[in-house]
Ligand binder design. Structure first.
Ligand code: ASP
Length: 437
C-alpha cells in the first residue's frame, strides 16, 4: 500500500455535485489518504469564488459597512452544500463563530482562510476522514515568512496520528496562533507540504484541466497534452505564462523526489501530466511545449568599442536596479547590448530610464522597441540534437515571421525568440506544426 496526497482546487469543490465527484475519486483508490482542499470556486462563469467574497467581507469591515449581507451569501452556499451532500457537521457553529469575528481588527488572512476551513469540515464529513486544521502545523514567523523546518516536523508528527485526513489548504499560523495565508492559489503549496510531510509516493493535484497542453489551445486548436514534464521544463514554460500550478508548490516535493500529477476532476480517467525529475523515455515530438508572452520592450544601446569598456553592462544593470526595474534578457553583440524588459514592470519609468542611460553611459545611440513578444520552445529532448534550430527557424521563415531576437541557454533545453506582438500567434502555430506530429 502506498500513500497518495490529493489536492482539489476550487472548481473541484465548488458545490455538492463536484464534491460527490471528489468522493468517487478518493474511493477509487485506497492509497488516497491525505486530502487537501481549496475553498469552493466558481460554479459558472459569472459566479463568485468564496475566497473573493471573504476578502469582500474584509473590505466592508474596513470601510465601516456591514459585511453581513455578503457573509449571508457565503453561509447559504455552505449550508446548501451540507444539505445536498446529506451530511451532518458543525458548519452552523463554525459559521456563527466566523460571523462574530467580523469586526474591526479582524485580519484579511483570517477571513480569507475560512473558505478552506469550512470546505475542509464538509469534505472530511463526506469522506469519513479526520479533519486536521493546519493552524499550528504550517508555520510562519511574526513577519509572515514561511518556516519550512518547523512546518515539516510539526506536520509529519501530527499526520502520523491520522491514517486518513482532510487538511484545508492555503493557510497556517504564526507561533502566537494568528492565521497566515500563502499568496492566492496557495492550496497547491499546502498539498506539496503535506506530500513531503507524509513522504507520499505521488502528489495528485486535481483541477479542471487534464494537465498541461503543448501550446495554448486558444492559439493551437487541439493542442496535444504533455504526458511527462520535468520540473526544469515546467519552470521555463510557467515563466512564459503556462500556469496551472502555484510556482512555490514545486520546491517541497521536488526536494523529496515526489512527482506531481495534474489531473482533471471532471475527467478522472485522463492520466493528466506527470511532473518529475525524470525526462520522458521517448518523445517523438522532440519538444515538450511552447509558451510565450506579449508586451516586452527592448532598449538597444550602441557604442563604439563597447566591448573594451570595463563595467559598461554592470553600470547599465545598476541603472535598472536604481529605477526598480527587473530585466528579462540581456542579449549582447560586439558594440551593442540590449535589455528586454516587461512593459508592465517598466510602467511610466521609460523616460527617466533613458535619461539615466544617456547621462551615465553616453552611448552613441539608443533604440527603443515596445512591441516585442517572447516565445519559448522548451524540451530536454532538444539537447545535443542537431537540426532543432534549423527546423524551428525554417518554420518561422515559411510562415513569414521575422525573428528580432534569439536566446538559447547553454542547457540547450530552451530556445527563446522575440517577434513582433502581431506575429505572436502565427509564430507559435508555425513552431507547433513543425515539431508536433
Ligand atoms: N482559495 C484560495 C484562492 O482562491 C487559495 C486556493 O484556492 O488555492 O486563491
Amino acid at each position: 500500500m502506498g500513500i497518495k496526497v490529493v489536492k482539489f482546487g476550487g472548481s473541484s469543490v465548488a458545490d455538492a455535485i463536484q464534491l460527490q465527484k471528489v468522493k468517487k475519486i478518493i474511493e477509487a483508490d485506497p492509497d488516497r489518504k491525505y486530502v487537501v482542499v481549496s475553498a469552493p470556486g466558481k460554479r459558472f462563469d459569472d459566479d463568485s469564488k468564496i475566497t473573493d467574497l471573504l476578502y469582500l467581507c474584509k473590505s466592508h469591515v474596513d470601510n465601516n459597512l456591514t459585511p453581513l449581507h455578503v457573509f449571508q451569501v457565503i453561509s447559504d452556499r455552505y449550508r446548501m452544500m451540507e444539505l445536498n451532500l446529506g451530511v451532518k457537521t458543525n458548519i452552523d457553529q463554525a459559521l456563527e463563530e466566523i460571523r462574530s469575528n467580523l469586526k474591526p481588527g479582524v485580519t484579511a488572512d483570517y477571513i480569507a482562510s475560512r473558505g478552506e476551513y469550512l470546505c475542509g469540515i464538509l469534505t472530511a464529513a463526506v469522506l469519513g476522514y479526520d479533519f486536521v486544521d493546519p493552524a499550528g502545523l504550517i508555520c510562519f514567523d511574526e513577519r509572515g515568512r514561511y518556516l519550512p523546518d518547523q512546518t515539516d516536523s510539526r506536520l509529519s508528527a501530527e499526520l502520523a496520528k491520522h491514517e486518513r485526513a482532510v487538511i484545508p489548504g492555503f493557510y497556517g499560523s504564526t507561533m502566537d496562533g494568528s492565521i497566515k495565508t500563502f499568496t492566492r492559489g496557495g492550496s497547491d503549496i499546502t498539498g506539496s507540504l503535506v506530500a513531503k510531510a507524509v513522504n507520499a509516493d505521488i502528489y495528485e493535484n486535481w483541477t479542471d484541466v487534464s494537465g498541461f497542453l503543448m501550446a495554448d489551445p486558444r492559439i493551437v486548436e487541439g493542442a496535444k497534452p504533455i504526458k511527462n514534464i520535468t520540473y526544469k521544463e515546467l519552470r521555463e514554460l510557467s515563466y512564459m505564462g503556462a500556469s496551472v500550478l502555484h510556482e512555490d508548490a514545486v520546491f517541497p516535493v521536488r526536494e523529496s523526489n515526489i512527482p506531481i500529477n495534474i489531473r482533471n476532476t471532471n475527467e478522472p480517467d485522463n492520466p493528466g501530466t506527470v511532473i518529475s525529475d525524470t525526462p520522458a523515455e521517448s518523445n517523438e515530438n522532440i519538444i515538450t511545449g511552447i509558451a510565450g508572452r506579449k508586451d516586452f520592450a527592448v532598449i538597444t544601446l550602441y557604442k563604439n568599442m563597447m566591448n573594451a569598456e570595463v563595467g559598461f553592462v554592470k553600470r547599465l544593470l545598476t541603472i535598472l536596479e536604481n529605477n526598480g526595474i527587473p530585466f528579462e534578457h540581456l542579449p549582447t553583440g560586439i558594440d551593442t547590448v540590449s535589455v528586454i524588459l516587461s512593459r508592465k514592470e517598466l510602467g511610466g519609468k521609460l523616460q527617466d530610464l533613458l535619461e539615466d542611460i544617456e547621462r551615465r553611459l553616453t552611448p552613441d545611440s539608443v533604440e527603443v522597441y515596445q512591441d516585442l513578444a517572447l516565445i519559448a520552445t522548451v524540451g530536454v529532448g532538444m539537447t545535443r540534437r542537431p537540426g532543432v534550430c534549423a527546423k524551428l527557424f525554417g518554420s518561422l521563415n515559411d510562415a513569414g515571421v521575422n525573428v528580432r531576437m534569439i536566446d538559447q541557454g547553454s542547457s540547450e533545453m530552451n530556445i527563446i525568440i522575440g517577434v513582433d506582438n502581431g506575429s505572436f500567434e502565427t509564430a507559435i502555430s508555425a513552431i507547433y506544426n513543425a515539431f508536433v506530429k
